[in-house]
Each structure stands twice: as C-alpha cells, then as structure tokens.
Design a protein around this ligand. Sequence first.
Ligand code: PMP
Length: 295
Amino acid sequence: YYNSESILFLNGKYVKASEASTDLYSQTLHYGYGVFEGIRAYQTVNGVKIFKSEEHYKRLKKSCELVNIPFSYTVEELEQITYQVLRRNNFADAYIRPLVYCGPNMSLTSPKEVSLMICAWEWGKYLGDQLLRLSISSYQRPNPKSIRIEAKVSGHYVNSILATSEAKQRGFDEALMLDMEGNVAEGPGANFFYEKDGALFTPSLGHILPGITRHTVLQICKELDIPVVEKKINPEELFEADGAFYCGTAAEVAGIESIEGHTFNKHWKNTLGAIIQEAYKSLVLEKSYSSYIIV
Ligand code: PMP
C-alpha cells in the first residue's frame, strides 16, 4: 500500500508520502490513543464514488468524541479532502485510511495537539471469491466496560492482530472471536452473519464494532425480504448452520467455508450470503440490484 510518491493529506496540506513525518513522542504511537477509519472508493457507473463516506466520517467524529479527542473537521470537509486525495493520485478503486492522531504528550491526559492524515492506495474492486476457513480464537473481544467498543480506536487493534496471527499459525485463513460472555462477536476486522432455515442471524450490538457494511447488509435484507435476526449467538449454533459470511469495508461480503473444520449444509453459491454478495457488489458500483428474486 505504501508508495513514497503517493499524495496524502496532512494537517491542511497535500504532501508526498515520503515527505510526511511525525513526532516520535506522539501519544498515539506510545499508547494507541488515536482513531481511524477504513473506507473504499469505487469506479462506479457514475464515476469515482466514495461508498458511504458520510457514515464513515460520522463514525470517525463519533470515535473522537467517545475517547475525548478534540476534532473539528466537518463531514463535508472530510469528504472534499478525500476526493482531492483520490484525484491528486488519480485513484479510482481505492482504500482510504483517515487517521486522527495525537501529538507529543507522555502523560495519560487529554491530547495537547491533534493531527489528521488521510492517505489512500489502489485496491482491487472485489476480494470476495475465496472462501474463508475460520478458527475460533482463544482471544476474546475486549470487555465493552474497559474500552469504547463502538469506537474505531488504534489501540483496540492489538486484539485483532493477536487473533489473526493465532489463526494463521494454526493454519486457518481468519479468526472468529467470541465476546467476554462466550457468545459469537465478530472477526478481527469484519462483522459476522450466518444462515439457518432461510433466515440470517448476526450478533446484536454491544460487544462488536457497529459496522457500516453490517448496516448495509441489514438494508439489503430489508429490500430483498430476507429475514434477519440480531441476537446473542452461541458458538454451538454455528455447527448446524447452512452458511455464513463476513462483511466489512475491506472484506466486502466474503463467504466462509468452515469454522474449526466444520463445513456448512449448503454450498456457498446456494446461500443467502451469495445473493447478498452480488447485491452488495451492485450497490457499491451504483448498479441496480432490484432484479434479484428470492425463491
Ligand atoms: N469489526 C471490526 C473489528 C472492524 O475492524 C471492522 C472494519 N472497520 C468491521 C467490524 C467492519 O466495519 P465496516 O463495515 O464499517 O468496515
């Protein structure tokens, strides 16, 4: 993703990545006290569009608020800056990474100085072809009474990194994480859905990041008349499931092949997840998907 020639936005200026620098005494670097977003832009039938930019930038502002990082950019300003970054790099299908980080401060107090950087890199339009083999992680999602689980805070991702590396060490593609009560929560960077008897099930909010893609999937389900239930999910339920998928801005809608070696009752191509994957693809590319008929 890193290209020294690419242009990023840093505190009011558009600069080359190789010419941007930061302070080694940054509170974000030492304590993980910063917030970020992951956003995608697509070459749609109507030109280059940032998918759900308003939702992402509202969440960025909310994350700042929840962890007391002062941040005054408006959603509109952030959108304009992001389109500038894309234009200056001539990017179409891209991943966008805004980061709000704190300046030098070695104490555990509110930040004295706050910076914004927005970078982007070209990233393929669609990942979703390969099915994922999941392990159930020994790492739980953090206790929501210890952190602000609904905020996308840099430091929270150490938990995701540990879970991912454990899954890979055990020979799996990805981890599935439980919450502190032992219910299914989410992946290290994606939300989880499973299918059973014609309906979809997904963990309720409370122990997960409220994903923008998760919300989009719920909207797609409504439009396509697919029943979907938000509830506490016992991991045992997954071994009887007909299918399952992950969803997130980076992962988009990614089918799951197995969980701890247990496969599902249906082939991926016959699942509700496959229908949602197609609908999501059409939505991000601004193509109509109302022609999908559920039988
Ligand atoms: N859960 C976690 C832990 C994540 O990091 C992400 C990625 N932001 C998601 C879920 C999916 O969120 P979104 O759909 O907003 O990208």
